[in-house]
Design a protein around this ligand. Structure first.
Ligand code: ADP
Ligand code: MG
Length: 320
């Protein structure tokens, strides 16, 4: 267990919740019962300047991305987003910056009919915290904890594009549009999440990286797995810019694709639903018992999945 999650467990994890809290801390969002069949899904994510995005990035992208990463957690729960709160910390009042930032935020909000219903505004280093509230039919909610031995593992879209853009940005090199968009205008997989609700056995969105986030799903489901990185499609730009580092980038995080599991009997149904919606996905592994551990095939070699670490804000708490 890495530092960030250790802190949450130590200081912020309740031992029990009242019955209307169907799911508290530990999944992509909380699941709160509102009536017999429906539940609210509540997610929140903070975006910090120079940690999650460059402070000098286009403010339109900053606003867009801050909402997109929250919508990604809503997607991972199989829910529909409805309302949001915006907590904004600004170093100063720059109306041009705010005009562009709010345009980015509102553009994405409008696309998904999400209403901004509140928030808070303070002065300090640039930080954006968004909370999104969505709805889901209880029986269609996608949890991290539903994977069963024998289930298939799949992932939507392509991985590694955002990590490649970040690497180019750090090296102060020009970033191709496709990589730049994946990094600062991620597309939350809301439609995929809603189509998978009630069919997939478990899901998580990929923010920390596929190996790390699948690891979270395995822990929540108390199962092991074999993940085969070698069957995943590799975007040609990864091979062009970083030959030999494709796999590393594909585990790098910030992809905001969905990793999900499903019983093999649902494979055709899932393939048909996603194909009809034009959503690409790849089957890339199988759920096994805990005794099998978490194994990842990469470049033909087997590795331990739990040691292929993703991003942890407080990793040094453990490592130091
Ligand atoms: P995600 O990457 O899906 O946004 P995180 O890794 O940030 O999820 O968080 C894991 C879980 O811990 C989530 O259920 C989140 O709501 C919860 N969590 C994170 N920080 C806190 C905190 N300070 N207090 C309570 N719960 C927290
Ligand atoms: Mg998530």
């Amino acid at each position: 267990m890495t530092g960030e999650f250790q802190l949450i467990r130590e200081f912020f994890m309740a031992s029990e919740w009242p019955p209307h809290v169907l799911l508290g801390v530990g999944d992509d969002g909380a699941l709160l019962q509102t009536d017999a069949t429906q539940a609210l899904v509540v997610v929140t994510d903070t975006s910090l300047a120079n940690r999650h995005f460059p402070a000098a990035a286009n403010p339109f992208d900053i606003g867009y991305r801050a909402l997109a990463v929250n919508l990604s957690d809503i997607a991972a729960m199989g829910a529909r987003p409805k309302w949001m709160l915006l907590n904004l910390t600004l170093p100063d009042v720059d109306r041009n910056w705010l005009r562009s930032f709010s345009a980015g935020l509102h553009t994405l909000a409008k696309e998904h009919d999400v209403s901004l219903v509140g928030g808070d505004t303070t002065r300090g280093e640039l930080a954006i915290t968004i909370t999104v509230i969505g709805e889901v039919t209880k029986s269609n909610a996608l949890l991290r904890s539903g994977a069963r031995v024998g289930d298939q593992i799949a992932v939507t879209g392509e991985l590694g594009l955002a990590a490649a853009a970040l690497k180019l940005w750090r090296a102060q090199q020009a970033i191709p549009d496709e990589l730049h968009r994946a990094w600062l205008r991620p597309h939350a997989q809301l439609q995929a999440g809603q189509l998978l609700g009630g069919i997939a056995s478990a899901a998580i969105d990929i923010s920390d990286g596929l190996a790390a986030d699948l690891g979270h799903l395995l822990r929540a489901s108390d199962v092991g797995a074999h993940l085969d990185m070698d069957v995943l499609p590799v975007n040609p730009l990864l091979a062009e810019y970083f030959p030999g580092e494709e796999n590393k980038l594909m585990l790098g995080g910030d992809d905001y694709q969905l990793c999900f599991t499903f019983a093999a009997t649902h494979r055709e149904d899932i393939a048909r639903r996603l194909a009809e919606a034009g959503i690409g996905f790849s089957v890339c592994g199988e759920i096994r018992g805990t005794s099998a551990g978490y194994l990842v095939t990469m470049n033909g070699q087997l590795q331990d999945g739990f040691s292929l670490a993703g991003f942890d804000h407080f990793g040094e708490v453990n490592e130091g």
